[in-house]
Design a protein. Structure first.
Length: 424
């Protein structure tokens, strides 16, 4: 495998507006067509695309020497307006060879994400490669590359603390609920159906919480969220009349004046028809809004836990700093992965170069048996002929395997020598 023909053309939020990045995202039904167009143009032999909320990247093996980013962008999005094309061309970053391997492993390890340490990116990269493979866009080189990318990214996540501490408010809020012993059958009142509350509901549903009652000013928005997570939807102005009780209140509207005050808290608690054994002895109130939705003193003398967004954000910053402290260890693993891939690529190159050896050895054997020594072999008795065939079979296998092993050992020795050489 020729590593110099491996490239990544990257468009990211760091150099290009997100709206422009989004224009290079591919719909499921255009993936095969776009990849085929790039291959038919003679620009690439293999390719797949990585598209996330803040990046669009083309991973490819070039079909010839030299890479033309302008032509690649044109084939990627032929109907794109000239202004966006030119802006993307100026912003595009081309990674080649070992640098491309480093970049792809770093992306899959979330080292180049907006929030480092989020494991979801590895699953996204694997999924997008797999879709390209099923569409017939990838081949042996990218298969080998992805194998090493996945192995190395998993090492980054398991051998360092890069992903150990949550950095999103939603995940921290969930952990706080768990730490307070909230049971799976707990009843939740969710106030708001915006992004924060929606993310919180998705998180709760993912972890098996089903008794969700979602209140929102726009009922249709609450109903849409219920379709995704289950539960019941209500207009916000009916909250005061809710008479089924609660164990947890989560609010994320931030309208400027508190929604949950002492009067509402007392009303909701008093209306709870459940027995003491069925409801939480100390309800949990989670305020995800700024300005606050929940009045800090609303509980009065009632036993309850209050979790506020300030505390969650402070913990998120602490955890984010801890993740960044792991970068050195992560980068060391990435470099080991790159070095390992360079060895794999050279070995694969040797294997492909020697792919014709078995056929050539078989031809030599056939000529020796059927032409050069045919008369001598014809005089052998069956037992002697059987022994000769065994000897020839053995030599044929060794003649093929020994040079292959020697070539691979040369590659490994050279890699070890370079690795141990003093750095300038």
């Amino acid at each position: 495998m020729d590593l110099s023909r491996l490239h990544i053309l990257a468009l990211t939020h760091q150099r290009l507006p997100l709206e422009a990045v989004g224009k290079f995202h591919l719909e499921e039904n255009t993936l095969k067509e776009t990849g085929a167009r790039l291959k038919e143009s003679g620009l690439v032999e293999e390719c797949f695309f990585i598209t996330t909320c803040n990046r669009a990247e083309l991973v490819f093996v070039s079909a010839a020497e030299g890479v033309r980013p302008d032509a690649l962008l044109q084939q990627w999005r032929p109907a794109l307006d000239n202004e966006t094309h030119d802006m993307a061309l100026r912003a595009a970053v081309l990674h080649s060879g070992a640098e491309a391997v480093t970049h792809l492993i770093s992306v899959a390890s979330s080292l180049e994400s907006l929030v480092i340490g989020e494991r979801e990116i590895l699953a996204q990269v694997r999924d997008q490669y797999e879709r390209a493979r099923l569409a017939g866009l990838t081949g042996d080189a990218l298969r080998l590359l992805m194998k090493q990318v996945v192995i190395t990214a998993k090492r980054v996540y398991t051998e360092t603390g890069i992903a150990n501490r949550p950095v999103s408010v939603v995940s921290l809020a969930y952990r706080a609920l768990r730490d307070h012993g909230v049971r799976k059958e707990a009843r939740f009142l969710i106030i708001g159906a915006g992004k924060t509350c929606a993310d919180m509901c998705l998180y709760l549903a993912k972890h098996g919480f089903k008794d969700l009652h979602i209140f929102n000013r726009t009922l249709a928005k609450a109903e849409a969220l219920v379709k995704s997570v289950g539960g019941e939807a209500y207009p916000l102005d009916t909250l005061v009349a809710f008479d089924e009780g609660f164990d947890v209140i989560i609010s994320g509207i931030g309208r400027g004046t508190p929604i949950v005050d002492a009067e509402l808290f007392s009303t909701l608690r008093a209306a709870d028809p459940r027995s003491a054994e069925q409801r939480a002895s100390k309800p949990v109130l989670v305020d995800l809004a700024l300005p606050y939705d929940i009045e800090p003193t609303c509980m009065g003398t009632s036993p309850a836990h209050l979790i506020r967004i300030d505390d969650l954000q402070q913990q998120a910053e602490t955890n984010r700093a801890a993740r960044h402290q792991e970068l050195g260890a992560c980068l060391a693993i990435v470099q080991e992965g790159v070095a390992g891939f360079e060895v794999m690529a050279r070995e694969r190159g040797v294997e492909r170069a020697m792919a014709q050896v078995p056929e050539a050895v078989r031809a030599l054997r056939d000529r020796a048996v059927n032409e050069v020594f045919a008369a001598d072999i014809a005089r052998l008795d069956p037992e002697a002929r059987a022994v000769l065939d065994k000897v020839l079979d053995h030599l044929e296998r060794k003649y093929i395997s020994v040079p292959m092993k020697m070539a691979k050992q040369v590659i490994l020795d050279e890699h070890q020598r370079v690795a141990e050489a003093p750095r300038a």
